[in-house]
Design a protein around this ligand. Structure first.
Ligand SMILES: NC(=O)c1ccc[n+]([C@@H]2O[C@H](COP(=O)([O-])OP(=O)(O)OC[C@H]3O[C@@H](n4cnc5c(N)ncnc54)[C@H](O)[C@@H]3O)[C@@H](O)[C@H]2O)c1
Length: 329
């Protein structure tokens, strides 16, 4: 299959491309703006064509989509903390960028899959969200992602475009930018630095190994019903503080490194997705959290050449701004 993968130089996109080349022999064009989170290194050694452009660039998108049988859109600003400090790019990429891609897909009559998140449903104290649950996002990140989902659905209803939406729970695994919880904690633990935990650390997330999400997206692309959304939840949920304790144990570091810092404003307490619908397409998560987490720690340990340039660059300024005043020593 010939695919246009937007945002394919990021964490999930690059893992998706790797799975598609390895398991399906697809022909892939990656279009990516290479923001701080997107890196050519994430695609090193992979046989893909690369277009350096934003999804909001209609001319670049129009060229890249030629010959594609489907568009898979991962392109996004993905960090909730950054969406609170600087929401502009979230609106541009998620609203305007998604619209440009939908127009291109419509002009070429190709299937369109939007990669979305459990965060569009908001927080849930018990039980799980289904695809029929109302969208109730709480941050500029999740609100603009929810807006994109609604726009995608409107292109199915209004123009008959074959659209699909895949909403994943919290992903983890290799190639994730270290501003996110798991790689942040792994790298700090490996360095003997303090581990900043928001509030009481009892925010519960439903952890999904990135290759499991990549395969679910492939399954939805191949077998999903146009116009439908599919939730993809991980097999295990875990409060953040326990994630951090497990990482410390895997890294052989001391729990005394944990430092509780002021919670993020509007921080959702729990996300949970029911995945019956995507299981009906023949998908099932293969990786339990304990195994995936151990594999992830191993990957970061063995791939210092991947994260060293990040830790010494823009990320350091971000980290100082975010946690600097609250972290001792
Ligand atoms: N990380 C998670 O836990 C998670 C869970 C569920 C869904 N998602 C969704 O999956 C998608 C990918 O997430 P990720 O964690 O891989 O993110 P990421 O931040 O690692 O990667 C995002 C990629 O998009 C690119 N990008 C950003 N703006 C762009 C633009 N305007 N045009 C073209 N490219 C642009 C970046 O350069 C980067 O390569 C996002 O849509 C996100 O909402 C993420």
């Amino acid at each position: 299959m010939r695919l246009l993968v937007c945002g394919g130089a990021g964490f999930i996109g690059s893992n998706f491309v790797r799975v598609r080349l390895r398991e399906h022999g697809d022909e892939v064009v990656v279009l990516d703006k290479l923001t701080y989170a997107g890196r050519r290194e994430n695609l090193a050694g992979l046989d893909v064509a690369f277009v350096h452009a934003g999804i909001e660039d209609a001319a670049a998108v129009g060229g890249a989509i030629e010959g594609a049988e489907a568009v898979v859109n991962f392109a996004a600003e993905t960090h909730v903390d950054r969406s609170i400090a600087e929401p502009d790019a979230f609106v541009t990429t998620h609203a305007f960028g998604t619209w440009v891609l939908l127009e291109a897909a419509r002009a070429h009559g190709v299937r369109y899959l939007q990669v979305s998140t459990d965060e569009v449903y908001g927080s849930i104290e018990s039980g799980s969200f289904t695809e029929r649950s109302p969208l109730a996002p709480s941050s500029p990140y999740s609100a603009t992602k929810a807006g994109a989902d609604l726009l995608v659905s409107s292109y199915f209803h209004t123009y008959g475009l074959k659209t699909l939406i895949c909403r994943g729970s919290n992903n983890y695994g290799p190639y994730q930018y270290p501003e996110k919880l798991i790689p942040l904690m792994v790298l700090n633990a490996l360095h003997g630095d303090r581990l900043p935990v928001y509030g009481d650390g009892m925010q519960v997330r439903n952890w999904l190994y990135v290759e499991d999400f990549a395969r679910a997206i492939g399954q939805v692309l191949a077998h999903g019903a146009p116009g439908e959304a599919y939730n993809v939840g991980g097999p295990d949920e875990c409060p953040n503080i326990e994630v951090v304790q497990r990482i410390l144990a895997l890294c052989g570091a001391d729990e005394a490194l944990i430092e509780h810092v002021t919670d993020r404003p509007g921080h959702d307490r729990r996300y949970s997705l029911g995945s019956e619908k995507v299981r009906g397409l023949g998908w099932q998560a293969r990786t339990r959290f304990a195994d995936g987490l151990a594999e992830t720690v191993r990957w970061y340990r063995e791939n210092a050449a991947w994260w060293e340039p990040i830790r010494s660059g823009e990320y350091r300024e971000y980290y100082q701004r975010q946690y600097g005043s609250q972290i001792k020593g």
